[in-house]
Ligand binder design. Structure first.
Ligand code: 45D
Length: 324
């Protein structure tokens, strides 16, 4: 009874509540451009999450400095237009270059603009701007999210700005080598997780905490798959490695507990809950996460889904009420 991608995607699906994040993102995309930029400004500044020094060091991006300085020299109305162009994914030179940036470069780009907007060197959101009722309601929902969910919303919006590179994928320039310096020394400790005896997930977490993606990916079977939050599965060791180099550098994984089910043929289903920190916010923000692993009888990872938990209660309530 080998897993298929579909059957693996469904493991423990009944144990998690739906996340509020997709709904918030689709509501956001229905707002006017003015509302979107204003709401982002409030969400970024008023939720008071601070970006860490480590992230800033890593985000000193030679690649975009020219573009940032070009924006800084523009008259305020033109600066605002650049931001609108990014938000509506326009096909303009700046929005096109932005579309090909790596995830971290996009975040670092906006971080710099936000700093300049706060100082007044780049056109700020007008203080007298009145958001629509829909935007105000959405802002209230965002305030009610936990910190880990708030930064996930910001990240997703920033990543989906700029000209959509899938329209002309051939033009994609080579992505730069982006390194996050860890503020904490690399952990060499062995991880233990209550309810998890299988070594594979434990070795996975240890390797990820060392940014040793070769070791982490070696735990997958060759056609294994990794499904990031709200995304489709990434299939095959090579594709997973490329993804991790871009998206998983400097993450700290703190699994807390898990449940294991062994199937008749020796394959296993495991669900592990815990916290993950991103180098952007360091120890200031922890995301509540579940990993759902499907292991083949050889103990290799056939599939792992990474889910954002809907609420912190799900960290300890691994089973739905009927199973407890
Ligand atoms: O438009 O096991 C202004 C995987 C207003 C790997 C602004 C993983 C105008 C496997 C404020 C200027 C990676 C899947 C904009 C695990 C405006 C694995 C600026 C999961 C845009 C566990 C806004 C990892 C700004 C996870 C500056 C879940 C926004 C990682 C900046 C999650 C936002 C990481 C930033 C997250 C957000 C990082 C820096 C959620 C960073 C978020």
């Amino acid at each position: 009874m080998a897993f298929t991608l579909e059957s693996a995607q469904a493991i423990f699906a009944e144990t998690g509540k739906p996340s509020p994040i997709p709904g918030i993102l689709s509501d956001f995309n229905r707002l006017s451009l003015e509302d979107r930029l204003a709401l982002l400004w409030y969400a970024y500044t008023e939720t008071g999450r601070t970006i860490t020094r480590a992230a800033l060091g890593a985000a000193s991006m030679a690649l975009v400095e020219g573009m940032l300085n070009q924006i800084k020299q523009m008259p305020p109305a033109e600066q605002t237009r650049v931001m609108f162009d990014l938000a509506r994914r326009a096909d303009t030179p700046i929005s096109r270059s932005y579309g090909y940036f790596s995830a971290n470069t996009k975040l670092g780009f906006w971080y710099q603009l936000a700093e300049w907007m706060a100082q007044g060197t780049v056109a700020p959101i007008p203080t007298n701007y009145q958001m629509s009722t829909d935007a105000q309601l959405l802002f209230e929902s965002i305030k009610n999210l936990d910190g880990g969910q708030q930064i996930q919303v910001l990240r997703d919006i920033v990543l989906n700005m700029g000209f959509d590179p899938s329209v002309v994928p051939d033009e994609a320039p080579e992505s730069e080598d982006f390194q996050f310096e860890r503020t904490e020394p690399v952990s060499t400790e062995r991880i233990t997780v209550k309810g998890v005896d299988d070594p594979t997930p434990l070795r996975y977490f240890e390797a990820m905490n060392r940014d040793d993606f070769a070791a982490a990916v070696a735990l997958f079977e060759p056609e294994g798959a990794l499904q990031p939050p709200f995304q489709k599965p990434i299939v095959g060791r090579e594709a997973i490695t490329t993804y991790m180099r871009e998206e998983a550098q400097g993450l700290t994984m703190m699994p807390i507990e898990g449940i294991t089910e062994v199937l008749p043929d020796g394959s296993k289903k495991l669900k592990v809950t815990g916290k993950v920190q991103t180098p952007w916010f360091g120890v200031n923000v922890a995301m509540n996460i579940a990993w759902r692993f499907a292991l083949n009888p050889k103990g290799e990872i056939f599939f792992v889904a990474i889910d954002m938990l809907a609420s912190p209660e799900e960290l300890v309530n691994l089973r739905p009420p009927s199973y407890r």
